[in-house]
Design a protein around this ligand. Sequence first.
Ligand code: PXP
Length: 245
Amino acid sequence: MSRIRLHVNVDHVATIRQARGEQYPDPVWAAAMCELAGAHGITVHLREDRRHIQDRDVRILKDTVRTVLNLEMAATDEMVRIARELHPDMCTLVPEKREEQTTEGGLVVTGPEAKKVGNAVSALHEAGIGVSLFVQPDRAVVSASRELGADVVELHTGYYSNARGPLIPAELDRLASAAEAAVNFGMRVAAGHGLDYPNVVQVAAIPGVEELNIGHSIIARSVLVGLDTAVRDMLRLLDEGAYGR
Ligand code: PXP
């Protein structure tokens, strides 16, 4: 049984920095601490409005991250240009709306909107960068993602995280079914959004899921217990889920 990889999203370290326009806390330092605690990768979302992560952060992280740097971004010309210049290990394409607090839905991978995503996938592939698409946990959506050339699908766990009571098993089934479809298509499967210490084990237990992107809950816990402990606590839960498969 192999471990599930934990990619820590350090955006919210930058959120605290930007709240006062200071130089601290530095998400670059946080990334190094996450790696020292055992994280398998670092994720940052360079948003169009630069509300948290800045271009400078991604540039430095490209040089300092020793594991895997996953750049989350919208499928825009500007972001594709930046990614092709900086060459992170991986790009995850996400939908982005200015007014949202965080990424809300999955990418639209069918119809006219899909062309933009497909073009971004091709441009990133041309530069030798692997591409993940952040999508709804749905077999048809996974299939469309494959048509667009994605190497990885990141299944949106926000619906599961928001579900309560009897709705939870249905959301877990949707995630498991989408993960199975992706594996059958030969794609790698990641998942993320809204995952927290009390709800992560069940997602880590889904066959096929190889990697989780987790941000807010880890950074929030780190305020109280320190980043090293917060990352190690999460890694323990990932192992608990994966070993229980
Ligand atoms: N995966 C994707 C694609 C995201 O956009 C986000 C939020 O930036 C996350 C994972 C992490 O979500 P959370 O901060 O809720 O753990």
